[in-house]
Design a protein around this ligand. Structure first.
Ligand SMILES: [Zn+2]
Length: 385
Protein backbone atom coordinates (compact mmCIF):
# COMPACT_ATOMS: atom_id res chain seq x y z
CA UNK A 1 0.00 0.00 0.00
CA UNK A 2 2.83 2.34 0.75
CA UNK A 3 3.68 2.31 -2.94
CA UNK A 4 0.47 4.20 -3.62
CA UNK A 5 1.39 7.04 -1.32
CA UNK A 6 3.27 9.74 -3.15
CA UNK A 7 6.53 10.86 -1.65
CA UNK A 8 9.11 13.47 -2.45
CA UNK A 9 10.62 10.99 -4.86
CA UNK A 10 7.44 10.23 -6.74
CA UNK A 11 6.60 13.88 -7.36
CA UNK A 12 8.63 17.02 -7.26
CA UNK A 13 5.71 19.09 -6.12
CA UNK A 14 3.78 17.00 -3.72
CA UNK A 15 4.77 15.26 -0.55
CA UNK A 16 2.65 13.03 1.56
CA UNK A 17 3.07 11.16 4.77
CA UNK A 18 0.71 8.32 5.33
CA UNK A 19 -1.10 8.64 8.65
CA UNK A 20 1.65 10.84 9.99
CA UNK A 21 -0.71 13.34 11.55
CA UNK A 22 -2.54 11.02 13.86
CA UNK A 23 -0.94 8.04 15.45
CA UNK A 24 -4.27 7.06 16.98
CA UNK A 25 -5.95 6.92 13.59
CA UNK A 26 -2.97 5.09 12.21
CA UNK A 27 -3.08 2.45 14.90
CA UNK A 28 -6.80 2.07 14.54
CA UNK A 29 -6.66 1.53 10.82
CA UNK A 30 -3.65 -0.79 11.09
CA UNK A 31 -5.36 -2.87 13.74
CA UNK A 32 -8.62 -3.22 11.91
CA UNK A 33 -6.98 -3.75 8.54
CA UNK A 34 -6.09 -7.30 9.56
CA UNK A 35 -9.57 -8.14 10.68
CA UNK A 36 -11.59 -6.50 7.97
CA UNK A 37 -9.54 -6.61 4.83
CA UNK A 38 -11.97 -8.81 2.99
CA UNK A 39 -15.31 -7.59 4.32
CA UNK A 40 -14.85 -4.13 5.80
CA UNK A 41 -13.48 -2.43 2.74
CA UNK A 42 -15.91 -4.04 0.30
CA UNK A 43 -17.19 -1.28 -1.93
CA UNK A 44 -14.82 1.32 -0.50
CA UNK A 45 -12.70 2.99 -3.12
CA UNK A 46 -9.33 4.68 -3.09
CA UNK A 47 -9.28 8.48 -3.14
CA UNK A 48 -7.18 9.54 -6.08
CA UNK A 49 -5.77 12.91 -6.99
CA UNK A 50 -3.08 14.13 -9.34
CA UNK A 51 -0.02 12.64 -7.70
CA UNK A 52 -1.39 9.94 -5.50
CA UNK A 53 -4.02 7.60 -4.19
CA UNK A 54 -5.18 6.89 -0.64
CA UNK A 55 -6.61 3.40 -0.17
CA UNK A 56 -9.61 2.57 2.03
CA UNK A 57 -8.48 2.45 5.67
CA UNK A 58 -5.57 4.81 5.07
CA UNK A 59 -5.03 8.47 5.74
CA UNK A 60 -2.43 10.85 4.40
CA UNK A 61 -1.08 14.31 5.13
CA UNK A 62 -0.17 15.90 1.84
CA UNK A 63 1.58 19.11 0.96
CA UNK A 64 0.16 19.74 -2.46
CA UNK A 65 1.74 22.21 -4.90
CA UNK A 66 -0.68 24.77 -6.34
CA UNK A 67 1.75 27.46 -7.55
CA UNK A 68 5.31 28.75 -7.32
CA UNK A 69 6.82 31.76 -5.55
CA UNK A 70 9.01 34.47 -7.09
CA UNK A 71 11.93 32.27 -6.06
CA UNK A 72 10.55 29.37 -7.99
CA UNK A 73 9.78 27.43 -4.82
CA UNK A 74 6.54 25.49 -4.65
CA UNK A 75 3.51 27.02 -2.93
CA UNK A 76 1.94 24.03 -1.21
CA UNK A 77 -1.33 23.71 0.61
CA UNK A 78 -1.81 21.24 3.47
CA UNK A 79 -4.36 18.53 2.72
CA UNK A 80 -5.38 15.62 4.91
CA UNK A 81 -7.27 12.75 3.32
CA UNK A 82 -8.92 10.22 5.61
CA UNK A 83 -10.30 7.30 3.66
CA UNK A 84 -12.57 5.14 5.79
CA UNK A 85 -12.53 1.38 5.51
CA UNK A 86 -16.21 1.38 4.71
CA UNK A 87 -17.85 2.87 1.64
CA UNK A 88 -19.68 6.18 1.96
CA UNK A 89 -19.73 9.73 0.68
CA UNK A 90 -16.67 11.90 0.18
CA UNK A 91 -16.96 15.11 2.21
CA UNK A 92 -14.64 18.10 1.99
CA UNK A 93 -14.04 20.61 4.78
CA UNK A 94 -12.14 23.72 3.72
CA UNK A 95 -10.96 26.93 5.36
CA UNK A 96 -8.89 30.06 4.84
CA UNK A 97 -9.81 30.75 1.23
CA UNK A 98 -9.40 34.18 2.78
CA UNK A 99 -5.97 34.04 4.38
CA UNK A 100 -6.74 35.86 7.63
CA UNK A 101 -9.93 33.94 8.49
CA UNK A 102 -8.62 31.55 11.08
CA UNK A 103 -11.51 30.00 13.04
CA UNK A 104 -12.24 27.45 10.31
CA UNK A 105 -8.62 26.32 10.22
CA UNK A 106 -8.94 25.02 13.75
CA UNK A 107 -12.28 23.37 13.01
CA UNK A 108 -10.80 21.48 10.05
CA UNK A 109 -7.62 20.55 11.94
CA UNK A 110 -9.51 19.18 14.92
CA UNK A 111 -11.79 17.08 12.73
CA UNK A 112 -8.80 15.76 10.79
CA UNK A 113 -6.42 15.08 13.65
CA UNK A 114 -8.28 14.91 16.97
CA UNK A 115 -11.33 12.89 16.02
CA UNK A 116 -11.54 9.11 15.89
CA UNK A 117 -12.34 8.10 12.33
CA UNK A 118 -11.76 4.38 12.77
CA UNK A 119 -15.43 3.71 11.96
CA UNK A 120 -15.67 6.26 9.17
CA UNK A 121 -17.89 5.43 6.21
CA UNK A 122 -16.56 7.28 3.19
CA UNK A 123 -13.77 9.80 2.90
CA UNK A 124 -12.91 13.15 4.45
CA UNK A 125 -10.93 15.68 2.45
CA UNK A 126 -9.60 18.31 4.84
CA UNK A 127 -8.20 21.56 3.45
CA UNK A 128 -7.39 23.75 6.48
CA UNK A 129 -5.51 26.50 4.59
CA UNK A 130 -6.35 26.99 0.92
CA UNK A 131 -4.96 30.50 0.49
CA UNK A 132 -1.42 29.84 1.69
CA UNK A 133 0.11 33.12 0.38
CA UNK A 134 -2.67 35.10 2.10
CA UNK A 135 -2.27 33.06 5.27
CA UNK A 136 1.47 33.73 5.38
CA UNK A 137 0.83 37.46 4.93
CA UNK A 138 -2.22 37.34 7.27
CA UNK A 139 -4.28 38.97 4.55
CA UNK A 140 -7.69 38.21 3.13
CA UNK A 141 -6.65 38.19 -0.51
CA UNK A 142 -3.85 36.52 -2.37
CA UNK A 143 -1.08 39.12 -1.98
CA UNK A 144 -0.59 39.07 -5.75
CA UNK A 145 -2.46 42.14 -6.99
CA UNK A 146 -4.97 41.45 -4.22
CA UNK A 147 -6.75 38.66 -6.04
CA UNK A 148 -9.64 37.02 -4.23
CA UNK A 149 -9.18 33.24 -4.28
CA UNK A 150 -12.83 32.92 -3.31
CA UNK A 151 -13.91 34.61 -6.55
CA UNK A 152 -11.55 32.51 -8.67
CA UNK A 153 -13.18 29.07 -8.53
CA UNK A 154 -13.47 26.74 -10.35
CA UNK A 155 -10.28 28.19 -11.79
CA UNK A 156 -8.68 27.61 -15.14
CA UNK A 157 -5.41 26.31 -16.46
CA UNK A 158 -3.44 28.92 -18.39
CA UNK A 159 -5.31 31.79 -16.72
CA UNK A 160 -4.33 34.20 -13.91
CA UNK A 161 -2.25 33.06 -10.93
CA UNK A 162 -5.36 32.98 -8.71
CA UNK A 163 -7.36 30.92 -11.20
CA UNK A 164 -4.52 28.47 -11.70
CA UNK A 165 -4.32 27.92 -7.93
CA UNK A 166 -8.10 27.58 -7.73
CA UNK A 167 -8.03 25.08 -10.57
CA UNK A 168 -5.43 22.89 -8.84
CA UNK A 169 -7.48 22.84 -5.66
CA UNK A 170 -10.83 22.41 -7.38
CA UNK A 171 -10.01 19.60 -9.79
CA UNK A 172 -8.03 17.53 -7.29
CA UNK A 173 -9.85 17.98 -4.00
CA UNK A 174 -13.29 19.49 -4.59
CA UNK A 175 -14.67 17.79 -7.71
CA UNK A 176 -14.14 14.24 -6.38
CA UNK A 177 -16.36 15.03 -3.38
CA UNK A 178 -20.08 14.51 -2.81
CA UNK A 179 -20.71 17.41 -0.41
CA UNK A 180 -18.67 20.17 1.20
CA UNK A 181 -18.47 22.79 3.94
CA UNK A 182 -16.33 25.91 3.45
CA UNK A 183 -15.48 27.93 6.58
CA UNK A 184 -15.17 31.70 6.70
CA UNK A 185 -15.24 34.53 9.21
CA UNK A 186 -16.28 38.12 8.85
CA UNK A 187 -13.95 40.54 7.12
CA UNK A 188 -11.36 42.20 9.35
CA UNK A 189 -12.92 44.84 11.59
CA UNK A 190 -16.31 43.10 11.76
CA UNK A 191 -17.69 40.00 13.39
CA UNK A 192 -20.37 37.44 12.50
CA UNK A 193 -22.72 35.34 14.53
CA UNK A 194 -22.20 31.72 13.45
CA UNK A 195 -24.49 31.15 10.47
CA UNK A 196 -24.77 29.15 7.27
CA UNK A 197 -25.02 30.52 3.75
CA UNK A 198 -26.52 28.09 1.30
CA UNK A 199 -28.49 27.79 -1.91
CA UNK A 200 -31.66 26.43 -0.33
CA UNK A 201 -33.15 25.67 -3.77
CA UNK A 202 -30.72 22.75 -4.10
CA UNK A 203 -32.06 19.76 -2.25
CA UNK A 204 -28.72 18.36 -1.09
CA UNK A 205 -27.34 21.79 -0.18
CA UNK A 206 -30.47 22.26 1.92
CA UNK A 207 -29.79 18.93 3.60
CA UNK A 208 -26.21 19.93 4.44
CA UNK A 209 -27.37 23.35 5.66
CA UNK A 210 -30.06 21.90 7.92
CA UNK A 211 -27.69 19.22 9.23
CA UNK A 212 -25.07 21.80 10.16
CA UNK A 213 -27.67 22.94 12.69
CA UNK A 214 -26.92 26.64 12.89
CA UNK A 215 -29.72 28.87 14.13
CA UNK A 216 -29.52 31.15 11.11
CA UNK A 217 -29.36 30.13 7.44
CA UNK A 218 -29.11 32.82 4.79
CA UNK A 219 -30.27 31.57 1.40
CA UNK A 220 -28.86 32.40 -2.01
CA UNK A 221 -26.47 30.84 -4.47
CA UNK A 222 -23.57 33.17 -3.59
CA UNK A 223 -21.42 35.30 -5.88
CA UNK A 224 -19.87 33.84 -9.00
CA UNK A 225 -16.42 32.37 -8.35
CA UNK A 226 -17.07 31.46 -4.72
CA UNK A 227 -16.17 27.93 -3.76
CA UNK A 228 -19.67 27.09 -2.54
CA UNK A 229 -21.44 28.30 -5.67
CA UNK A 230 -19.01 26.79 -8.15
CA UNK A 231 -18.74 23.50 -6.27
CA UNK A 232 -22.52 23.26 -6.07
CA UNK A 233 -22.83 23.98 -9.79
CA UNK A 234 -20.21 21.30 -10.47
CA UNK A 235 -22.33 18.74 -8.62
CA UNK A 236 -20.74 19.02 -5.17
CA UNK A 237 -23.44 20.59 -2.97
CA UNK A 238 -21.60 22.96 -0.65
CA UNK A 239 -22.42 25.41 2.11
CA UNK A 240 -20.46 28.28 3.62
CA UNK A 241 -20.20 28.66 7.38
CA UNK A 242 -19.54 32.19 8.64
CA UNK A 243 -18.23 32.43 12.18
CA UNK A 244 -16.73 35.23 14.22
CA UNK A 245 -13.96 37.53 13.20
CA UNK A 246 -10.66 37.40 11.33
CA UNK A 247 -7.29 36.94 13.08
CA UNK A 248 -8.72 34.99 16.02
CA UNK A 249 -9.39 31.54 17.35
CA UNK A 250 -12.78 31.86 19.07
CA UNK A 251 -13.19 28.69 21.08
CA UNK A 252 -16.93 28.81 21.62
CA UNK A 253 -17.59 29.28 17.92
CA UNK A 254 -15.11 26.56 17.01
CA UNK A 255 -16.86 24.14 19.37
CA UNK A 256 -20.23 25.10 17.92
CA UNK A 257 -18.92 24.49 14.39
CA UNK A 258 -17.49 21.11 15.42
CA UNK A 259 -20.99 20.15 16.57
CA UNK A 260 -22.20 21.17 13.10
CA UNK A 261 -19.59 19.04 11.34
CA UNK A 262 -20.42 16.02 13.52
CA UNK A 263 -24.08 16.51 12.69
CA UNK A 264 -23.38 16.71 8.92
CA UNK A 265 -21.26 13.55 9.11
CA UNK A 266 -24.11 11.84 10.95
CA UNK A 267 -26.71 13.04 8.44
CA UNK A 268 -24.74 11.61 5.50
CA UNK A 269 -23.95 8.33 7.24
CA UNK A 270 -20.21 8.91 7.62
CA UNK A 271 -20.23 8.67 11.40
CA UNK A 272 -23.03 6.31 12.28
CA UNK A 273 -22.51 6.49 16.03
CA UNK A 274 -23.36 10.18 16.24
CA UNK A 275 -26.72 11.87 15.85
CA UNK A 276 -28.00 14.76 13.78
CA UNK A 277 -28.20 17.85 15.97
CA UNK A 278 -31.24 20.15 16.13
CA UNK A 279 -30.33 23.72 17.09
CA UNK A 280 -33.55 24.39 19.04
CA UNK A 281 -34.78 27.10 16.69
CA UNK A 282 -33.92 28.10 13.19
CA UNK A 283 -34.53 31.04 10.90
CA UNK A 284 -34.04 30.62 7.15
CA UNK A 285 -33.73 33.92 5.31
CA UNK A 286 -34.57 33.48 1.66
CA UNK A 287 -35.58 36.92 0.51
CA UNK A 288 -33.90 40.30 0.53
CA UNK A 289 -36.90 41.77 2.40
CA UNK A 290 -35.93 39.77 5.47
CA UNK A 291 -32.34 40.94 5.71
CA UNK A 292 -30.45 44.17 5.31
CA UNK A 293 -27.02 45.65 5.76
CA UNK A 294 -27.46 48.91 7.66
CA UNK A 295 -24.94 51.41 6.33
CA UNK A 296 -23.64 54.61 7.83
CA UNK A 297 -25.02 57.81 6.32
CA UNK A 298 -22.42 59.89 8.13
CA UNK A 299 -18.73 59.49 8.72
CA UNK A 300 -17.60 59.34 12.33
CA UNK A 301 -17.03 57.26 15.40
CA UNK A 302 -19.57 54.56 16.17
CA UNK A 303 -21.01 53.71 19.55
CA UNK A 304 -22.50 50.27 18.93
CA UNK A 305 -25.18 49.37 21.46
CA UNK A 306 -25.48 45.66 20.58
CA UNK A 307 -23.20 42.75 19.83
CA UNK A 308 -23.50 39.89 17.35
CA UNK A 309 -26.48 37.66 18.01
CA UNK A 310 -28.47 40.43 19.75
CA UNK A 311 -32.22 40.73 19.24
CA UNK A 312 -33.31 44.30 18.44
CA UNK A 313 -36.82 45.74 18.23
CA UNK A 314 -38.25 47.67 15.31
CA UNK A 315 -37.21 51.31 15.84
CA UNK A 316 -34.69 50.55 18.57
CA UNK A 317 -31.43 52.50 18.37
CA UNK A 318 -28.67 50.14 17.22
CA UNK A 319 -25.82 52.64 17.34
CA UNK A 320 -24.94 56.31 17.22
CA UNK A 321 -22.35 58.01 15.02
CA UNK A 322 -20.65 61.09 16.44
CA UNK A 323 -17.91 63.50 15.44
CA UNK A 324 -14.74 63.96 17.55
CA UNK A 325 -16.45 66.73 19.62
CA UNK A 326 -19.57 64.67 20.36
CA UNK A 327 -21.58 67.69 19.31
CA UNK A 328 -25.28 67.18 20.02
CA UNK A 329 -26.40 68.50 16.65
CA UNK A 330 -24.21 66.07 14.80
CA UNK A 331 -25.18 62.87 16.59
CA UNK A 332 -26.66 60.41 14.10
CA UNK A 333 -28.85 57.70 15.56
CA UNK A 334 -29.29 54.50 13.57
CA UNK A 335 -32.52 52.63 14.30
CA UNK A 336 -33.52 49.06 13.45
CA UNK A 337 -35.88 49.11 10.42
CA UNK A 338 -37.56 45.93 11.67
CA UNK A 339 -37.35 43.53 14.58
CA UNK A 340 -34.47 41.18 13.99
CA UNK A 341 -31.26 39.51 14.89
CA UNK A 342 -27.85 41.13 14.46
CA UNK A 343 -25.96 38.52 12.43
CA UNK A 344 -22.95 40.66 11.56
CA UNK A 345 -21.65 43.82 13.20
CA UNK A 346 -18.65 46.11 12.97
CA UNK A 347 -15.96 45.86 15.63
CA UNK A 348 -13.68 48.62 14.47
CA UNK A 349 -15.81 51.62 15.49
CA UNK A 350 -15.05 54.04 12.66
CA UNK A 351 -17.01 54.61 9.44
CA UNK A 352 -17.10 56.55 6.23
CA UNK A 353 -20.57 57.19 4.82
CA UNK A 354 -21.60 53.97 3.11
CA UNK A 355 -19.63 51.65 5.37
CA UNK A 356 -21.61 48.74 6.81
CA UNK A 357 -22.69 48.98 10.44
CA UNK A 358 -24.53 45.74 10.95
CA UNK A 359 -26.27 42.90 9.15
CA UNK A 360 -29.80 42.48 10.42
CA UNK A 361 -32.12 39.54 9.65
CA UNK A 362 -35.84 39.54 10.37
CA UNK A 363 -37.45 37.14 12.81
CA UNK A 364 -40.93 35.72 12.61
CA UNK A 365 -42.94 35.71 15.81
CA UNK A 366 -42.60 31.94 16.43
CA UNK A 367 -38.85 32.07 15.93
CA UNK A 368 -38.58 34.98 18.26
CA UNK A 369 -40.54 33.13 20.91
CA UNK A 370 -38.27 30.08 20.57
CA UNK A 371 -35.17 32.27 20.74
CA UNK A 372 -36.38 34.11 23.82
CA UNK A 373 -37.34 30.85 25.45
CA UNK A 374 -33.84 29.51 24.82
CA UNK A 375 -32.17 32.66 26.06
CA UNK A 376 -34.44 32.78 29.07
CA UNK A 377 -33.54 29.27 30.10
CA UNK A 378 -29.99 29.15 28.83
CA UNK A 379 -28.86 32.71 29.13
CA UNK A 380 -25.41 31.79 30.35
CA UNK A 381 -24.79 29.25 27.63
CA UNK A 382 -25.53 31.58 24.74
CA UNK A 383 -24.73 28.98 22.12
CA UNK A 384 -25.79 31.52 19.56
CA UNK A 385 -22.78 33.68 19.81
ZN1 LIG B 1 -14.10 34.71 3.87
Amino acid sequence: MSGEIPTDESSQEETATASAGSSAASEASDASADATTTEGTAGAEPFTYDGGSIAPGESANIRYGISETYLGDPVRIPVTIINGERPGPTVFLSAAAHGDELNGIEVVREVAHDWDHSKLHGTLVCLPVMNVPGFLAQERYLPIYDRDLNRSFPGRQGSTSARRMAHRIFTNFIEPCDVGVDFHTSTRGRTNMLHVRANMNDETVRRVAHAFSSNVIIGGEGPSGTLRREATEAGVPTITVEMGEAHRFQRRLIDRALTGVASVLAEFGCHRDSAVHWPGWRVVIDSDDEKTWLRADAGGIVDMKHGRGALVEDGEIICTITNPFKEEDDIVEVAAPFTGLIVGVLENPVVYPGNPLCHLVGLKHETRVALERERGTERSRSELR
